[in-house]
Ligand binder design. Structure first.
Ligand code: CO8
Length: 248
């Protein structure tokens, strides 16, 4: 942790950070701890130089059955990443494939190094994306590009992912983490309740109808007028000084 920013690093390099049930349990627990820790405002999720994550662990999954997967809530557990109220920046180097790409898409901002490769290769092993790939990728890059990636199983480069709108910025590999930290610190300096309401409202845009999303946005906008930071932010603007936010 540096400043109000916590960095979580997937660290199973021998298996290219394949997301085994154990690794996902640890990750989900770590995110929940960060979410509950008042001193943390923004999370960075990253992997190693060769892989952010090369997917769900194929070896762990290969002998599974529908009922085993249903009762163990194997994928439902992944959804808890999305439940984090604080922003998560995915900082991706190397492979972000299958569940790895889906995990990045559960985060709020995706930045990448120029070594990153994104893809949904599940079709090549006889299945389809199962942790949001068909839905989030489609909303992120459009149905035709998503269909091509999901049906061919091909990978795209960081630059292509950026031109599609999946990745917001691309950096040289050795600059990625500094860039992630700088972005996280910038967000961490913003009024946290407004950050939370903004994340909540933007999330609705991807997950519901425009009409419902507009209702959430209005509600969150109104609610922020009950905070100290709104009064401080607007007063500081009028007085031409820097605001001192308190997170209340
Ligand atoms: N699962 C398990 N082990 C993996 C995975 C994986 N997804 N990816 C790589 N590994 C292992 C390899 O088996 C190998 O182990 P070992 O040294 O013991 O043989 C080690 O990591 C290094 O991998 P490679 O030797 O293959 O490295 P290369 O540089 O030659 O190739 C690739 C890199 C192209 C990334 C290649 O490893 C690959 O194609 N990996 C699989 C990619 C893939 O198909 N991902 C999708 C998986 S399915 C999925 O994610 C579905 C998600 C649905 C929701 C979750 C449900 C639980």
């Amino acid at each position: 942790m540096r400043g109000a920013v916590a960095t979580l690093t997937l660290n199973r390099p021998k298996a290219l950070n394949a997301l085994s049930p154990e690794l996902m349990d640890e990750l989900v627990a770590a995110i929940a701890r960060c979410d509950a820790d008042e001193s943390i405002r923004v999370l960075i999720l990253t992997g190693g130089p060769k892989a952010f994550a090369a997917g769900a662990d194929i070896k762990a999954m290969s002998q599974s059955t529908p009922m085993k997967m249903l009762t163990s809530e194997i994928i439902a557990k992944w959804d808890r990443v999305r439940d984090c109220r604080k922003p998560i920046i995915a900082a991706v180097s190397g492979y972000a494939l299958g569940g790895g790409c889906e995990l990045a898409m559960m985060c709020d901002i995706i930045i990448a190094s120029d070594t990153a490769k994104f893809g949904q290769p599940e079709i090549t092993i006889g299945v389809i994306p199962g942790a949001g790939g068909t839905q989030r990728l489609t909303r992120a890059i459009g149905p035709y590009r998503a269909m091509e990636l999901i049906l061919t199983g091909d990978m795209i480069s960081a630059q292509e992912a950026a031109s599609y709108g999946l990745v917001s910025r691309v950096y040289p590999a050795d600059e990625l983490m500094a860039a992630a930290q700088a972005m996280a610190e910038k967000i961490a300096a913003r009024p946290p309740l407004a950050v939370r309401m903004a994340k909540d409202a933007v999330r609705y845009a991807a997950e519901t109808t425009v009409r419902e999303g507009l209702e959430i946005e209005k509600r969150n906008f109104y609610l922020l007028f009950d905070t100290y930071d709104q009064k401080e932010g607007m007063a500081a603007f009028a007085e031409k000084r820097k605001p001192e936010f308190r997170g209340e």
